[in-house]
Design a protein around this ligand. Structure first.
Ligand code: SAJ
Length: 402
């Protein structure tokens, strides 16, 4: 295998993880052959743009394409390194690894002895072993003839380009020489520390990270329900409890969105159903929060005759355009379905939405009897207090407390 930046890297899946990774590798001098099944995404990237919104990604992709270091394609080619960055969604509450399996089968004809295969997609325990099985069935090759490792992505949407390089990474090979080969590759572009282990531990560690956050957010969300029952202000309660040197409670919100934290804990529950009661309960608390918020809004709306309700924010978290698994979308959809009030929906980070007409913040505030804060976008934090005077306020995410 060629050494250092002479290597050719084939990135399978050019989404939120694959495209930034491909662009960073290209900027370091690797020849990157990106692969995606989405023809529009391939055309957009080859025209020098990014099909997803992430700070500075467009600039990096344009430079990588212009220098000829990055091309997007519908099929793989022979390469030194193959990185699998495809989605691993839920099918009901079961992990669905069919995209990983398809990407592996698609790549297998191009795999040669001495290559390195890396699974970056968040995956249920045993997925890297499943890749080894598929490759052996398709090619007859098994490690150490080639190297195979899991190095789970850990980047936070909104900070991806920085975190791809700076975060510590877990590198778990299917055998010792695979771990070393993967570690050597990441050491060429990651400045964070590389922590080596085996593939199964790496798979499970990634799931544990997101389950940890989910459980902690569920605790905060449960406190918001308890506070309402006891007629207390949850924000003050948490602020005071957090003055203890060993207490650090997260923030309640309208629910937990995104395609990671709302998904990955189910992979653990599926892998060890009888042992994961706390993880399951946390998921249920967080999944129940949007319906609870709708109920609060309905009760307030009952005090008016057909009120106008401003719903501020659709994204799954502040200052991004990503609506995947967003609890705010679930809340607005339920309000619409139940015919609660006349809605004004505001989302400053997108131009339009297929299900709801969008209003400007200014129009929504002018018309509203009830203002519901669903996401703590910076535009909402800057609303002058006089624009909210005499309105009924429901602040699900602490905008007025930040
Ligand atoms: N949230 C709260 N309260 C909080 C913090 C978050 O309600 O105090 C909500 C957010 O509003 C959002 C959801 O949780 O709806 C998730 O947001 P997030 O910022 O916690 O995480 P993600 O999903 O954007 O990214 C996570 C990260 N994982 C961890 O922080 C452990 C990221 O590092 C992972 O790479 C990413 O999942 C992933 O791809 O798995």
């Amino acid at each position: 295998m060629p050494s250092g930046f002479d290597k050719k890297v084939c990135v399978l899946g050019l989404g939120y993880i694959g495209l930034p990774t491909a662009a960073v590798l290209a900027s370091r001098g690797y020849a990157v052959h990106g692969v995606d099944v989405n023809e529009d995404a391939v055309a957009t990237i080859n025209a020098g743009s990014a099909h997803i919104v992430e700070p500075d990604l467009d600039i990096l992709v344009r430079a990588a394409v212009q220098t000829g270091k990055l091309t997007a394609n519908l099929a793989p080619v022979e390469s030194d390194v193959f990185m699998i960055c495809v989605p691993t969604p839920l099918d009901g509450r079961r992990p669905d690894i069919t995209y990983v399996e398809k990407a592996t089968k698609g790549m297998a004809p191009y795999l040669r002895e001495g290559n390195l295969v890396i699974l970056e997609s968040t995956s249920p325990p045993g997925t890297t072993e499943r890749i080894a099985e598929i490759i052996e069935a398709e090619t007859g090759l098994r490690p150490p003839a080639y190297a195979l490792a899991h190095a789970p992505e850990r980047v936070l949407p909104g900070r991806i380009l920085r975190e791809v390089v700076e975060n510590d990474r877990i590198v778990g090979g299917i055998d010792e020489s695979s771990t070393r080969a993967c570690e050597e590759f990441y050491s060429t572009f990651v400045s964070g520390t590389l922590h080596c282990t085996n593939a199964r531990t790496a798979e499970t560690a990634k799931l544990v990270e997101n389950a940890f956050r989910d459980v902690n957010i569920a605790f905060a969300n449960e406190l918001s329900l308890v506070s309402e029952r006891l007629d207390l202000d949850v924000w003050e309660l948490i602020r005071l409890a957090n003055r203890h040197p060993r207490v650090n409670i997260l923030s309640p919100g309208p629910g937990v969105g995104g395609h990671c934290i709302a998904v990955d804990p189910w992979f653990l529950v599926h892998a060890a159903p009888e042992e994961s009661n706390l993880i399951r309960a946390a998921r249920q608390v967080n999944e129940g929060k949007p319906a609870w918020v709708v109920d609060r809004i309905a009760r307030r709306a009952d005090r008016f005759k057909n009120p106008t309700i401003a719903c501020l924010g659709l994204a799954y978290k502040p200052d991004i355009d990503d609506l995947r698994e967003s609890p705010s979308v679930e809340i607005v959809t339920k309000l619409m379905e139940q015919g609660i009030g006349e809605l004004r929906v505001v989302e400053p980070n997108i131009k339009s939405h297929k299900a709801f007409p969008l209003s400007s913040l200014d129009d929504a505030l002018t018309d509203a009897d009830i203002v519901v804060f669903l996401v703590a976008h910076r535009q909402f934090q800057r609303i002058p207090p006089n624009r909210l005077a005499e309105k009924t306020i429901i602040d699900t995410c602490g905008v007025l407390r930040s």
